[in-house]
Design a protein. Sequence first.
Length: 151
Amino acid sequence: MTKAIKSGLIVLIAFITMTSCSNEGSPKKVAEKFLTALNARKWDEAKKYSTESFGKFLDMLKSFSAQDSSQVKPVKFEIKDEKIAADGKTATVGFKTEDDPSPKTLDLTKIDGVWKVDIKLPDNTHAMDQPAAGDSTAAPAPSPADTTVHK
């Protein structure tokens, strides 16, 4: 082979390698890896693709999950689309599952050049202790007069 052909092949191989590696870190690929790990109940693997705050939630799920996950039926999913914000710092990946075909999304954030699943959880620190605003079915808190012990 001539030097030109060898050089061309080397450049082509390098280009293909760089393209496939950069695609591995796309929001779509990260979402796929995250959902696959989550589906398999591989909490630590899913955590690799998550933000630190959502990783803490995954740790909690891991502690509550059953030791034997063989009875859990895997859910097939299909990644539909990827939308990266103009600033390049956030993205949304759309997907569907076989058991619920309605569209779902995962939000991702780019942290130190790496896409991470960034699911925001509501702050329900005391939600179990307090009735929701406007909840007429909730019993009112007892007043001090109601707590008096009668003999």
